[in-house]
Design a protein around this ligand. Structure first.
Ligand SMILES: Cc1cc2nc3c(=O)[nH]c(=O)nc-3n(C[C@H](O)[C@H](O)[C@H](O)COP(=O)(O)O)c2cc1C
Length: 236
C-alpha cells in the first residue's frame, strides 16, 4: 500500500527521458496493470498500441507534434477507446465462464445482461435506434428515475473513453512503482495518428498518448501545484 501511495505522490509528467530500453518483462507488467483497472460492465473497451521500434516511434513522436517527451521516450503508448471490441469481449468472457465451470444459471444471467447491453448500446444505422431509445428513456424518466445510457455513437465513444482513462492512470502509476516515468499527452494529430495505426472512425478514438522512459537527469520538474482540497471537494 505504501508503495502505491508513494507512486501516486511521486509521479510527475516527465518532459525529457534518458535513452533506455524497456524490457519485455517490464512492458508486460505495466500493460497488465493497465488492464486490471475497473471498466464499465467489465467491458475493457480499449486497445493500447505500444510503439517502441525506432522508425515507428519516430513517426508517432512526430504526430505528437514533435513534443520533447515524445521525441525522447523509450516507448509511446497510444491509448485507444475501442467500441468495436464489445461483442468479442462478451464471447471471450462467456468462454472463460464455461471453462471455469460457472453454473448454467450464472452463464444464462450473463448472456441475458450482455444481450440487454447490446440492445441498449447499439445506436443502429444513422443513430435511428439511438433516437428511438432516447425518446423511450426520456418518457420513462418522466415517471421514474432511470437515467440515460449512452445511446448515440458519440456517447458510446465517450463512455469507452472513461474506462480507457482509468486504465491509463493505472498504467502510469504502475510504471512509476516499477521505476520508470511517464508523460500523458493529448497534443497529437488525431486524424493522422488514427490513419497511421489503421484505426476506424466508427469504432475508435485516441484518448491520449503516454510517453514512457527513464527521467533524464537533466530534467528538473517544476514545483507541483494543485488546487486546495476545499476547491475540488464538496463533502455533503
Ligand atoms: C489528458 C492530459 C493531457 C496532457 N497533455 C500533455 C501534452 O500534450 N504535453 C505535455 O507536455 N504534457 C501534457 N500533460 C501533462 C500535464 O501538463 C501535467 O500532468 C500537469 O501539468 C500536472 O503536472 P504533473 O503531472 O507533473 O503533476 C497532459 C496531462 C493530461 C492528464
Amino acid at each position: 500500500m505504501d508503495n502505491i501511495l508513494g507512486a501516486i505522490f511521486q509521479r510527475r509528467a516527465v518532459k525529457v527521458f534518458e535513452p533506455v530500453e524497456i524490457s519485455p518483462v517490464l512492458r508486460e507488467q505495466i500493460l497488465n496493470a493497465a488492464r486490471h483497472a475497473p471498466s464499465s460492465f467489465n467491458s475493457q473497451p480499449y486497445r493500447f498500441y505500444w510503439v517502441e521500434s525506432g522508425a515507428k516511434r519516430a513517426t508517432v513522436a512526430k504526430l505528437c507534434m514533435g513534443q520533447k517527451p515524445a521525441e525522447t521516450a523509450s516507448a509511446l503508448v497510444v491509448a485507444v477507446a475501442d467500441i468495436g471490441s464489445l461483442s468479442a469481449t462478451t464471447q471471450s468472457q462467456l468462454e472463460w465462464m464455461r471453462a471455469s465451470n460457472f453454473t448454467q444459471e450464472k452463464i444464462r444471467d450473463y448472456e441475458r445482461t450482455a444481450k440487454i447491453g447490446r440492445i441498449l448500446f447499439m445506436p443502429g444505422p444513422f443513430g435511428i435506434f439511438g433516437a428511438i431509445k432516447w425518446l423511450a428513456f426520456w418518457l420513462l424518466n418522466l415517471w421514474r428515475t432511470s437515467g440515460m445510457p449512452p445511446l448515440f455513437h458519440r456517447d458510446l465513444l465517450k463512455w469507452a473513453m472513461k474506462s480507457t482513462s482509468l486504465a491509463c492512470e493505472n498504467l502510469m502509476i504502475a510504471a512509476e512503482a516499477l521505476g520508470v516515468n511517464t508523460c500523458p499527452m493529448e497534443g497529437f494529430d488525431g486524424r493522422r495518428l488514427s490513419r497511421y495505426l489503421g484505426l476506424s472512425r466508427r469504432y475508435h478514438d485516441i484518448v491520449m498518448v503516454i510517453a514512457i522512459g527513464k527521467k533524464s537527469r537533466a530534467f528538473v520538474e517544476p514545483p507541483q501545484w494543485r488546487r486546495p482540497l476545499h476547491a475540488t471537494v464538496t463533502v455533503l
